[in-house]
Design a protein. Structure first.
Length: 307
């Protein structure tokens, strides 16, 4: 199942709604369907995506029955009538992995003028503030007063669904709720100027995320998925997660060593080659650019750069 958080444009003043993306392109409003049930039947069913992620067990069968019930057909909404929200609300950590694809490391080393085959010995973790997170279809600020080098990075992101610390690689996927897409938008000059990465990767609107969370039961092997990014229809990045130096299980295990992961935490797993700053000449994002990030099975995350 593909889950999303959204606002229904037809109804003002509502809290974020839990939705399920349907095969016909519509969105099933789970929140509305659950609220319409008799109290006894609604017990235990989530009213929000946060509540669904926090649940000890994901009620996939119960949610499927809601969707399949002909009496609930009126709860399906056309996608052009909703506003996508970030799939995880501003309440948890956004962890990120730097330099996790070999060819991306090589292109970056060449751009920096250092030996091409200089690779990290351990996973390089950093964070993005939750205030940087925006949803599918939202605008990304160019931040022209702060940066001359705004860049893109398509990434597969893990959504944690079960609390854990010191998680082994063997148990890592048991702690996953699902997967989403992150575009790790980066101000390269700020990143270099500050030495560490937080400021250059933490500006408002620089963490587009979504459009949905695909439940892990429908995703299969996370270490063998295609990911792509295009700018104004031009393909800039294209790779597979099997090119990651540290796979999903290793990332979860190393991050959770002595550090508790909570339901709703996001772990973005790094980007492949093709970033703008490493091109000759560099190709930065500009006002009006439309960026589309895709991960196989999840969908497409679209955002426009604005002044």
């Amino acid at each position: 199942m593909k889950f999303l958080s959204f606002l229904d444009a037809r109804q003002q003043g509502l809290d974020p709604q839990l939705g399920i993306a349907l095969d016909d392109g519509k969105v099933f409003n789970v929140t509305a369907a659950v609220r319409a049930l008799p109290p006894g039947e609604a017990a235990g069913l989530p009213l929000s995506l946060d509540a669904l992620i926090d649940a000890e067990a994901t009620p996939l069968q119960e949610l499927a029955r809601l969707v399949e019930n002909p009496g609930n057909a009126g709860h399906a909404v056309d996608v052009d009538q909703i506003r996508f929200l970030p799939p995880v609300q501003l309440r948890r950590n956004v962890f990120c992995v730097g330099r996790n694809y070999r060819e991306h490391i090589i292109e970056g080393n060449i751009a920096k003028g250092i030996p091409a085959n200089t690779f990290p010995e351990a996973i390089e973790f950093f964070t993005k503030p939750s205030t940087a997170v925006v949803g599918h279809g939202w605008d990304v600020n160019r931040h022209a007063a702060l940066t001359n080098s705004l860049d893109y990075e398509v990434e597969l992101a893990i959504v944690i669904g079960k609390r854990g610390v010191n998680i082994s690689e063997a148990d890592a996927l048991d702690h996953v709720f699902g997967y989403t897409i992150v575009n790790d938008v980066t101000a390269r000059d700020l990143q270099r100027r500050h030495g560490q990465w937080f400021k250059g990767k933490g500006l408002d609107t620089t963490c587009p995320m979504g459009p949905v969370i695909l439940h892990k039961s429908a995703f299969g092997n996370p270490n063998a998925k295609r990911l792509e990014l295009e700018v104004n229809g031009e393909l800039r990045q294209s790779a597979s997660t099997d090119e990651m130096i540290f796979n999903v299980q290793a990332v979860i295990a190393q991050l959770s060593a002595g550090l508790t992961l909570l339901p709703g935490d996001i772990i973005s797993t790094g980007t492949p080659k093709g970033v703008g700053y490493a091109a000759i000449p560099p190709r930065c994002l500009n006002v009006g650019d439309v960026v589309k990030a895709r991960v196989e099975g999840i969908g497409e995350l679209t955002n426009q750069i604005v002044a």
